[in-house]
Design a protein around this ligand. Structure first.
Ligand SMILES: Nc1ncnc2c1ncn2[C@@H]1O[C@H](COP(=O)(O)OP(=O)(O)O)[C@@H](O)[C@H]1O
Ligand SMILES: [Mg+2]
Length: 328
C-alpha cells in the first residue's frame, strides 16, 4: 500500500533556529495521523513542508509517492490545507469564498456554484451562506476554511490545529466533519495541542517536541505509557481504608496509591468513565462515604511530563489566544 505521506530524516533550519531536527514519519492511505505537541514544536513546519509551502533543509518528503520538492505542482493537486488561522476573505460572503476557490481550481461557473452549495450545506453553513464572513464566529470561519480546502476533493487533507481556541460546541462540529471525511477514505494529517483531539480522530499519534518525534503510537499505546486514566477520591476516615481497598480491587488495573495525610486514594484504571460508574455503585453498596470523587485523564501536560520529565516552558504561552484574552 502507498503511504499517504513519508518523511525521512527531515531537518529545517531558519537561520540559527532549528525547527526540525531529523523527523522520520509515515502514514498509510486512508488513515488519520496526528502530530501532537506544544507551540513551537515544529508541527506547522512539517505541514508546510508536506504542502509544498516550504522546502526542507535536508531529508526527503513524499506525498502519495510524489516528492514535494521535485513535483510541487502534482502534490498541490492532491492535497487540501486548512490552517489554524482561517484564510477566508472577511468582506465576501461564505458562499462567495468557496465559489472563488472553485473558480481558482478551474471549475466552470455552474460547477463551482454547485460544489459550493454542496459544501456549504455539508458544513452546516446554509443559513449564513449569504452573510459576509466578518459576521461569522470563530467556529464558522474555521468550518468555512475547511470547506475551501475540500473544493479540490483532496486525497490527503492537512489540518493544522483545526480546533485551537474554539469552544467545545464548535470543536464538536469540526470533529463531526472530519469523521465524515475519514469515513469517505480521505487520508488526514492533523496537528493539535490536545491529546483529547488526537484521541478522538487519529489512528496514530506522533508526539513532537523541539523539532523531534519523542513518541509514536496509537492513543492506547501512548496512554498506557502515560499511566492512563486514574480515579481519585478521599476517604472520610482512615478506618475505611481496608474496606475501600477491597472495593477498588475490581476496577484497579494496578495497585492504588494512598496518601496517609490527605486520605486521598488514586486508582489507575483501564476505562475511566466506565470504571467510575462501576466504582460508584460498589462504594454505595459497601456504604462507604467518600469525598471529591473524580476521574483524571492524561492531559498534554502529563504527556510531556512523562516523556521529557520536565514541563516545557513554551506551553505556558500555548493557551488558545481568545482564552488568554478572556482572562485579562
Ligand atoms: N519562518 C520562520 N522563521 C524563523 N523561525 C521560524 C519560522 N517558522 C517557524 N519558526 C520557528 O520554528 C519552530 C517551530 O515552529 P512551528 O513549526 O510553527 O511550531 P508549531 O506549529 O508546533 O507551533 C519555532 O521555534 C518557530 O519559532
Ligand atoms: Mg503551528
Amino acid at each position: 500500500m502507498q503511504h499517504a505521506f513519508d518523511l525521512k530524516d527531515i531537518t529545517k533550519h531558519f537561520g540559527a533556529v532549528k525547527a526540525l531536527n531529523g523527523v522520520t514519519l509515515h502514514s498509510d492511505e486512508g488513515k488519520v495521523f496526528a502530530l501532537l505537541g506544544p507551540n513551537g514544536a515544529g508541527k506547522t513546519t512539517i505541514v508546510r513542508i508536506l504542502s509544498t509551502l516550504l522546502e526542507p533543509s535536508s531529508g526527503s518528503a513524499l506525498v502519495h509517492g510524489l516528492d514535494v520538492v521535485k513535483k510541487p505542482k502534482e502534490v498541490r493537486e492532491i492535497i487540501g490545507l486548512a490552517g489554524q488561522y482561517a484564510a477566508v476573505d472577511e468582506f465576501q460572503t461564505g458562499f462567495e469564498n468557496i465559489y472563488m476557490v472553485g473558480l481558482l481550481y478551474g471549475l466552470k461557473r455552474a460547477d463551482a456554484r454547485k460544489r459550493s452549495h454542496e459544501l456549504i450545506e455539508r458544513l452546516g453553513l446554509s443559513k449564513a451562506a449569504d452573510r459576509q464572513v466578518k459576521t461569522y464566529s470563530g467556529g464558522m470561519r474555521r468550518r468555512l476554511d475547511l470547506g475551501a480546502s475540500l473544493v479540490g476533493q483532496p486525497k490527503i487533507l492537512f489540518l493544522d490545529e483545526p480546533t485551537t481556541g474554539l469552544d467545545p460546541g464548535s470543536r464538536q462540529s469540526i470533529w463531526q466533519i472530519v469523521h465524515e471525511l475519514i469515513d469517505q477514505g480521505t487520508s488526514i494529517l492533523l496537528t493539535t495541542q490536545y491529546l483529547e483531539e488526537a484521541d478522538e480522530l487519529a489512528d496514530t499519534i506522533a508526539v513532537v517536541d523541539e523539532g523531534k518525534v519523542i513518541a509514536e503510537g496509537t492513543s492506547d499505546q501512548l496512554k498506557s505509557r502515560l499511566g492512563g486514566d486514574t480515579i481519585e477520591f478521599q476517604l472520610e476516615s482512615i478506618k475505611d481504608l481496608s474496606s475501600a481497598e477491597e472495593v477498588v480491587k475490581s476496577v484497579a488495573k494496578s495497585s492504588p496509591d494512598f496518601n496517609q495525610d490527605t486520605l486521598v486514594m488514586r486508582i489507575p484504571v483501564h476505562n475511566g468513565s466506565k470504571d467510575l460508574m462501576v466504582l460508584v455503585e460498589k462504594l454505595n453498596r459497601a456504604k462507604l462515604n467518600v469525598n471529591a470523587l473524580s476521574l483524571h485523564r492524561p492531559s498534554l501536560d502529563d504527556v510531556f511530563l512523562a516523556l521529557t520529565g520536565n514541563r516545557t516552558q513554551s506551553q505556558e504561552s500555548e493557551q488558545p489566544k481568545n482564552k488568554k484574552r478572556m482572562k485579562r
